[in-house]
Design a protein around this ligand. Structure first.
Ligand code: CTP
Length: 403
């Protein structure tokens, strides 16, 4: 009964995935939680308040100005008397209204009035999910501290495939547990991870990039979440899917990545695995560059901010532990030692990224952990194994730190 005594306020939005919310009620109650439901008007087109009440064992709520409700519990008490608010399914419309701070029905009013942790399980058509407006709203909500589980990739009700399917009830129940009763060596810790490459625009169609796949950074995010941490993953453009239970913020350029990292702070641990482009074009053109038969004018480049160094050198709001990576093609250890000192981090994970090693884009990695007191070399391992060992090493360092 991992959720014994925990109270979940479940907001059911109006989408076909609402039927899965009924199963979610069952899953949460199996784990010991009590569940009270709010159904939006849209939700009631798919499931009935009666079904939600029967499964939750508590009366369901639907109206903002319900005479009985306001006399009995009232929307402000609804927003307060729980341990978490879960929105499942979170439709595009509900997310837009939340991001805009609307309070025009019971669900949106409670979501605006609550100071409890909020967990969203988005569900919508793939094009609605990918629409810039939805992605903007998602970024706003995440910046407001809202956690997100899913959506998953797969076949959808409209015979289309892609991201948009609501996370499965078991995944949502696990995400609730991670918020309310985290377990593992990093339980209660917030881990901020950067991953993947950055893209630096040259013009609207061209960019400077590198070969990073994001596999190592994403694996670290999974390992940290498995160790009980709340994880924010700031990811450059990669072709990896978002993971259930991990808040993923998508960015393009180094400057976007720095802004997203600053927005996600405070964190207990920062792990900077991204292969950030060192340079950006000074004046990226608004129009596509055309060839005119002559030579291309050399691009004028300027250095990008160093995200790791910026955060590690902070005197205020610095994570307790800052871990950097060193991607080297020669003098791996010497360069990593120099980076440890220059960037002001506590630990460097150094790896040889020469083409023949196949590390960039591959599934294996050979790393050296370079700390202030010594160097530890690990055998060639899968990136998942490197991630789980690194998370253990970080947990041990936290334990031994004096804080
Ligand atoms: N890093 C960063 N921001 C940058 C450049 C690098 O946060 N603008 C971080 C990387 O995420 C990594 C570490 O700094 O954790 C080292 O990155 P690496 O590419 O190995 O080194 P650089 O600092 O770019 O130095 P150089 O290219 O000279 O090796």
């Amino acid at each position: 009964m991992v959720l014994a005594g925990k109270r979940v306020l479940l907001v059911i939005g109006g989408g076909i995935a609402a039927y899965k919310a009924l199963d979610l009620i069952r899953r949460l109650r199996e784990r010991g939680a009590s569940v009270r439901c709010i159904l939006t008007a849209g939700a009631q087109a798919f499931v009935t308040p009666l079904a939600a009440s029967a499964l939750s064992g508590q009366r369901s709520h639907t109206d903002l100005f319900d005479r009985e409700d306001e006399a009995d519990i009232g929307h402000i008490r609804l927003a307060r008397d729980a341990d978490i608010v879960v929105v499942a399914p979170a439709t595009a419309n509900l997310m837009a209204r939340m991001a805009g701070g609307h309070a025009d029905d019971l669900a949106s009013t409670v979501l605006l009035a609550t100071t409890l942790p909020i967990l969203l399980a988005p569900a919508m058509n793939v094009r609605m999910w990918q629409h810039p407006a939805t992605q903007r709203n998602l970024a706003t909500l995440q910046a407001d501290g809202v956690r997100v589980v899913g959506p998953n990739d797969g076949a959808m009700a409209e015979a289309e495939t892609g991201p948009g399917r609501m996370a499965e009830p078991l995944e949502i129940a696990d995400a609730v547990r991670q918020v309310l009763a985290p377990t593992g060596p990093l339980a209660g810790r917030h881990v901020l991870i950067t991953s993947g490459p950055t893209h630096e625009p040259i013009d609207p169609v061209r960019y400077i990039a590198n070969r990073s796949s994001g596999k190592q950074g994403h694996a670290i995010a999974r390992a940290a979440a498995a160790a009980g941490a709340r994880v924010t993953l700031v990811s450059g453009p990669v072709s990896l899917p978002d993971q259930a239970g991990i808040t993923t913020v998508h960015v393009e350029s180094a400057r976007d990545m720095l802004a997203a990292v600053e927005m996600a702070l405070p964190a207990d641990i920062g792990i900077f695995a991204a292969a950030v482009a060192d340079w950006r074009v000074v004046h990226a053109g608004a129009q596509k560059m055309k060839k005119d038969g002559g030579a291309l004018q050399p691009l004028s480049l300027t250095e990008n901010p160093d995200i790791l160094a910026t955060i590690a050198h902070r005197t205020q709001g610095r994570p307790e532990l800052v871990v950097g990576f060193a991607a080297e093609t020669q003098n791996v250890i010497a360069n990593a030692k120099a980076k440890l000192a220059r960037k002001g981090c506590d630990l460097i994970v150094a790896n040889d990224v020469s083409a023949e090693g196949g590390v960039m884009g591959g599934d294996m990695n050979t790393v050296h952990l370079v700390g202030p007191t010594g160097i530890e070399t690990w055998p060639t391992l899968s990136k998942a194994e490197v991630a789980s060992r690194l998370v253990s090493a970080v947990g041990a360092l936290l334990k031994s730190s004096p804080s």
